[in-house]
Write a new protein. Structure first.
Length: 116
């Protein structure tokens, strides 16, 4: 039951839902997520920590950048099912569509311009 509570708390915030949907398109660094969500880096890092603790995302560090992806096959079944449900439920969301357009611009540019 504890896993379910952790997951439901993690998805109870719009910014975290937006991050999860953004990661549906692939790996993103914290700098790109900061630009997308429009929050302070420390706030985005806190959100990412909550998602990571819920095992909804995986993280890797490369130099000074931290990259996140949606949880993979090694994630608990509850986390994978939650991600699948969210993707299905939010596929028609106007906000997610706006974020997708913005992500195209963010990922098309060199991240060193975004991540200073």
């Amino acid at each position: 039951m504890r896993d379910i509570i952790t997951i439901t708390k993690a998805i109870s915030d719009e910014s975290r839902l937006r991050v999860l949907m953004a990661l549906s398109g692939g790996e993103l660094c914290v700098c790109q997520l900061v630009e997308l969500i429009g929050l302070a880096p420390s706030t985005v890092s806190k959100h990412m920590h909550i998602l990571y603790d819920a095992r909804l995302v995986d993280a890797r560090k490369d130099g000074r950048w931290v990259y996140y992806t949606l949880a993979g096959r090694d994630a608990p079944l509850n986390a994978r099912q939650c991600i699948k449900w969210l993707r299905s439920s939010l596929k028609e969301s106007v906000r997610v569509a706006e974020d997708d357009k913005r992500l195209l611009m963010l990922t098309a540019t060199d991240k060193t311009g975004t991540c200073k």
